[in-house]
Design a protein around this ligand. Structure first.
Ligand code: PFF
Length: 447
């Protein structure tokens, strides 16, 4: 049982730090842009409400009720077939797959912090050349930033829950919120602010496709950090007598708020310059830097603020992705935390290096399999298959395979009977069926 624990506020900040990440500031705005705005946002919000929060609470329960690493937590709570159920805790393997490419992107962000104060690209064309030049040609600087990003993440995790993860989140999360509030206030001074609000919140069918539903649901998992033992592991380091339901709702709310604010800020800047909403994945690394240039010196400051916020968001998420595996190795193999952290980080960094190389022209042929390179495969397999699968397993586990009397007695401390029954229905049926159908569709299993 872990002794190094979060305080209550530390947990909320750390879990919010995990949830608020590149998914909110980089991915959410561009997929919202690509999927037509308002209606997509609505589907995303409904999914967070009915699926995301339910799984988040279920995961928190497994960790909190046992105070053990994910594998032991599943094994302890399972009513029967303990040996089989402990594999439910190995979802942290997904975390490691995500980490390998996630840190590559944090590396790009660190580079763009430097670009912000040195050489902002002067046009979208130049910005595109700059980004693609880095991505496809610039091996050494990309590896350099990647290594720095990995060392930062590993260093924080090696310091432990209280003195590492909690301390860093207590600084970076409020700083991130301040930066975002500052950017929101600034964006209110533009005429395009209203257009951005309209785009984000007016449900318009024009660009909404049927796949948009699948994308929104998949993103709800990714953004809340559920389905891969991260929230479970954080909750296992939580003080007893904490209202896990209330904390889960707060985290989900903050996460959603950050995504919406990031979207509003980015679309205000985009529409102000007369750009279309659909800019694809390059939105943050190509379109925005070129637009920041237009603002002169203020643009440099804005750009630095933006990429700093993005770096903070990415780092606080990456540490939560590394933590479950570290906890497992630390507890099961009786290795010190420092050694466990650096051993795992080294292994994942090697895989991350392969995903990084797969984007580079000289290696891309060798490291492309079928229609995707290694980087895209890791992203696809983890987000579209492993995370939803992890979510379904956890939901079914809590819904059917643990002591239901115990679960009910515990949960009724935190929610009314009516809310409890709705939650149970959600994890027993809505999550497995809803998410199952999405996976089948997304993977085209029956087409
Ligand atoms: N929630 C993070 C984001 O939105 O960027 C990504 C993430 C973190 C996914 C932790 C999964 C996870 F366990």
């Amino acid at each position: 049982m872990i002794k190094d624990r979060f305080s209550r506020i530390g947990f909320i900040l750390a879990a919010t730090g995990s949830a608020v990440g590149l998914g909110n500031i980089w991915k959410f705005p561009y997929i919202t842009g690509d999927n037509g705005g308002g209606l997509f946002v609505l589907v995303y919000l409904v999914t967070i409400l009915f699926v995301g929060i339910s799984v988040f609470i279920a995961e928190s329960y497994v960790g909190y009720a046992t105070h053990k690493n994910s594998v032991d937590a599943f094994e302890t709570l399972a009513k029967s077939n303990k040996q089989a159920w402990k594999f439910g805790g190995f979802t942290f393997v997904t975390a490691l797959a995500i980490l390998s490419f996630y840190v590559v992107v944090i590396g790009w962000i660190l580079k763009y912090m430097v670009v912000s104060i040195t050489t902002l690209p002067q046009s979208v064309q130049e910005a595109q050349n700059m980004f693609l030049g880095m991505l496809k040609e610039d091996m050494f600087s990309q590896i350099g930033y990647f290594v720095v990003a990995f060392l930062i993440v590993a260093f924080i995790v090696s310091k432990g829950v209280k003195s590492g993860i909690e301390r860093v989140n207590k600084i970076l999360m409020p700083a991130l919120f301040l930066l975002l509030i500052g950017m929101l206030l600034y964006s209110m001074s533009f005429d395009s602010f209203g257009t951005a609000l309209h785009f984000m919140f007016y449900p318009d069918l024009t660009h909404f496709k049927s796949e948009s539903i699948l994308i929104a649901v998949g993103h709800a998992f990714f953004t809340l950090s559920i389905g891969m033992a991260a929230i479970l592991t954080y909750s296992s380091s939580l003080e007893t007598n904490t209202n896990i339901v209330k904390s889960s709702v707060i985290v989900a709310l903050l996460d959603t708020l950050v995504a919406l604010v990031a979207g509003i800020v980015i679309f205000t800047i985009l529409f102000n310059a007369g750009f279309e909403s659909s800019q694809g994945a390059g939105l943050v690394f190509i379109t925005l830097p070129a637009l920041f240039y237009e603002f002169g010196a203020i643009g440099n400051i804005l750009s630095l603020a933006f990429f700093t916020a993005l770096a903070f968001a990415g780092i606080t998420s990456a540490i939560s992705i590394l933590e479950p595996a570290v906890r497992y190795v630390e507890e099961k193999k009786e290795v010190s935390r420092v050694k466990a952290t650096y051993m795992i980080s080294f292994g994942i960094a090697l895989i991350g290096l392969a995903t990084l190389l797969s984007n580079l022209t000289p290696f891309s042929n060798t490291l492309t399999f079928g229609d995707k390179n290694l980087f895209d495969w890791f992203d696809f397999i983890s987000s579209s298959i492993l995370l939803p699968l992890g979510g379904i397993v956890t939901a079914l586990f809590v819904g059917f395979f643990i002591d239901q009397n115990h679960l009910k007695t515990n949960m009724l401390h935190y929610m009314s009977k009516g809310v409890y029954n709705t939650w149970l229905f959600s994890i027993r049926f809505i999550v497995p069926l809803g998410v199952g159908i999405i996976m089948i569709e997304k993977l085209g299993l029956f087409s």
